[in-house]
Design a protein around this ligand. Structure first.
Ligand code: IVH
Length: 691
């Protein structure tokens, strides 16, 4: 046997890079609700870190992700401390580790005890406090010590009672569980989001977590969230077992799953796991494993907790569902950064409730690693991503007429020879300024919801580009109504809506503008860090490599990419044009307090606008106005978007209250002078600000 002597510095480096990758993915998972790694891949990173730290305990630090739960705190909510720390569960994909858990418990406990096996619901954790039978607070897990107060939102969830029924409940107790989104509600929500050209949620878990953290609790009612509760906590609770506590909770009207089972030994646990590994596919909601808990509360107390997990429970996670299907062909897609991604076209196959026809092959290295051929039968899995991925080839089913795929050496769009930088797994088309697919990709990114949030689909961008109207982002701000009327099927209303949306985008904060520029590796979070650190584009452009490296989360790859971006005169010129168009290139502009354009005015809004309603309301307040929900004699004007409520319109008419459209309103608060219909906009003399 050979042993490799590994340099301790190398181990330290690996630990650091694992911690950085885990932290980044925790943020994407818990804060952005938009994971890029599958749960399995994430767990593998974590397992590698745990193994390295176990072998080198001197390298463990208190802030290592192995020592604390990932935080999902958001500054928009009030935070409160958890009475009892809200921990996570140790998890495994390996049944022998469940056996080891059961054996350890037998050894540690000594007396007879049972296990309570439950479904592991794939949602977001919640902690409810009931006092004298009333729900008084709902907190998210947060960082395990403090949580976000989401009580108003939780009260909008159908099966969470505000008041308990029956009797015998403790004066005060906490009950914890999971908020999840059933598949049906998830599909409906994503359909709506696609229709509204919003980014769909990657999976029901992210949709549940994103919905629970909506700032408008009325919207939560429409999201179809549900709750299941699985852990009762409190002082001097009168129960001997966990199962008994859950039975009592169900009698008080709390939603508790009836799918749990008391098991006496490992073979009964395994039977339960095996049964649900198949049966869960017919459940109307997502589960990602089984939780095995020691049922006797006294035994739970004896076993206690580590810093992160209870020692009395473990989660066995199911492998992501796989399907086997035939690889028909491979497309090579160019992205907005020029990266070329191989995408497989598959014989349609059913996977976790949806038909899959395309799957990612990531890059040429991955293709070689898989040794994949056209005509092969391949395994497809859904990870955290929307596009499923190919994870393996069924070599035993390879037929004689398979053919070797050929990764192109030229850009499939513009024909430029592809390049591959050192350390890069992907090939790139270097023709960033001339490759139509890249240019269109950049335009689509620029207007996307998390960037400038202009409402338009890919087809519109295609047309605008093909007609030569928009070749770079700054061109959006010079578009005219006449040009838009040349687009296929566009009439006045569509053109006006689009122009309003472009106008409204000028209010977008500097951090989003920076993200919208599409600098390679500068994602949303990095853009926020840069905006916060530098305050304005000039300071950022003047920063040297060391200054960039001193910013939180900025490493060498990002720093070099930023330097390369600003070194290109065409990028600097583009920023100049965007600046001239009125976009915000400093945080200062973003923070200037509102104008008094709407001072003393009470405004009711109704219908859909080119920006979210919440943003519209913020605009009103920031410019000195007051929002009101119903039209009355005190209403100054009714701000009506698309499809306003007929009752509101009728009432405004009856009371002689002005109905104002979005465009006129935007002019009013931006003091732009004349409004669309040629009349002088009120308030043009004051100096109002959008944000
Ligand atoms: S018990 C002290 N039971 O899975 C921890 N958790 O991956 C008590 N989860 O943080 C948790 N179903 O959010 C428990 N039946 C179940 C569960 C469950 C889902 C979640 C929970 C936990 C996470 C760990």
């Amino acid at each position: 046997m050979f042993f490799t002597v590994v340099d301790i510095d190398q181990i330290k480096k690996r630990i650091e890079s694992l911690r950085a990758a885990i932290a980044e993915n925790n943020r994407r998972y818990y804060v952005d609700d938009s994971p890029v790694l599958s749960d399995y891949d994430f767990d593998m990173l974590m397992n590698e870190l745990i193994a390295l730290e176990k072998a080198h305990p001197e390298l463990v630090t208190p802030d290592s992700p192995t020592q604390k739960v990932g935080s999902d705190l958001r500054k928009e909510f009030e935070q409160y401390p958890h009475r009892y720390p809200m921990l996570s569960l140790g998890n495994t994909y390996d049944i022998t580790e469940v056996e080891a858990f059961a054996e350890r418990a037998v050894k540690a406990i000594g007396s007879t005890f049972t296990f309570c096996c439950e479904l592991k619901f794939d949602g977001t954790a919640i902690c409810l406090t009931y006092r004298n039978g009333h729900l008084v607070r709902a907190l998210t897990r947060g960082d395990g010590t403090v949580g976000d107060d989401v009580t108003a939102n939780v009260l909008r969830i159908r099966n969470i009672p505000r008041d308990l029924q029956g009797s015998g409940y403790p004066d005060e107790f906490e009950i914890r569980g999971e908020i999840y989104m059933p598949y049906k509600a998830f599909d409906k929500l994503n359909e709506e989001r696609l229709r509204d050209e919003e980014q769909p949620f990657a999976n029901p878990r992210n949709a549940a977590s994103g919905s629970l953290k909506l700032l408008d609790s009325r919207e939560v009612s429409h999201r179809g969230l549900e709750c299941t509760l699985y852990h009762l906590l409190g002082e001097n609770l009168p129960f001997v077992t966990h199962d008994e506590a859950l039975k009592a909770a169900a009698l008080w009207g709390l939603p508790v799953s009836d799918k749990r089972k008391i098991c006496r030994n490992i073979s009964e646990i395994e039977e339960y796991i095996e049964y649900w590994d198949t049966a869960r596919k017919s459940l109307p909601f997502a589960t990602d494993g089984i939780v095995i808990k020691i049922n006797e509360l006294q035994c739970q107390r004896e076993l206690g907790y580590t810093a992160k997990f209870p020692r009395w429970a473990v989660a066995y996670k199911f492998q992501a569902e796989q399907a086997l299907t035939k690889l028909l062909s491979i497309d090579y897609q160019v992205g907005r950064t020029g990266a070329v991604t191989p995408v497989a076209n598959l014989e349609p196959v059913l996977l976790s409730g949806t038909t899959v026809k395309r799957a990612s092959l990531h890059n040429s290295d991955q293709m070689s690693l898989l040794d994949v051929r056209i005509g092969d039968y391949v395994y497809v899995e859904k990870g955290g991503e929307i596009i499923p991925k190919i994870t393996g080839v069924a070599l035993d089913r390879r037929g004689p007429d398979v053919s070797m795929p050929e990764f192109p050496d030229r850009c499939p769009d513009c024909g430029t020879p592809l390049v591959r930088d050192e350390g890069e797994a992907r090939y790139f088309c270097p023709n960033t300024d001339g490759c139509p697919t890249q240019i269109k990709g950049k335009l689509v990114h620029f207007i996307s919801r998390k960037a400038m949030n202009v409402i338009a689909g890919d087809a519109t961008i295609d047309q605008l580009y093909n007609l030569g109207y928009v070749k770079s982002p700054a061109d959006f701000y010079g578009l005219t109504r006449e040009q838009l009327l040349h687009l296929e099927g566009w009439k006045d209303r569509a053109a006006q809506r689009f122009l309003d949306s472009i106008e409204a985008s000028k209010a977008t904060g500097f951090d989003h503008v920076l993200f919208a520029l599409g600098i390679r590796y500068v994602g949303e979070t990095t853009a926020k860090s840069l905006a916060r650190h530098f305050g304005d584009i000039d300071s950022l452009m003047a920063a040297d490599r060391d200054t960039l490296l001193s910013v939180d989360d900025i490493g060498e790859v990002i720093a070099d990419s930023i330097l390369a971006y600003f070194a290109k005169p065409s990028n600097v010129a583009e920023i100049g044009r965007l600046r001239e168009a009125g976009l915000k290139f400093s945080v200062g502009e973003q923070e200037i307090q509102a104008s008094s354009a709407l001072e003393g005015q009470t405004i009711v809004i109704s219908g859909n606008f080119s920006i979210p309603r919440e943003e519209m309301k913020k605009l009103i307040v920031l410019n000195g106005g007051k929002n009101s929900s119903s039209v009355s004699g005190k209403t100054s004007f009714l701000l009506a978007g698309e499809k306003p409520g007929p009752e509101k319109i009728r009432k405004a008419g009856a009371l002689g209250i002005k109905v104002m459209g979005e465009a006129e309103f935007m002019q009013l608060i931006s003091g732009a002078g004349t409004s669309g219909n040629g009349t002088e906009a009120a308030g043009a003399a004051v100096q109002p600000t959008l944000f």
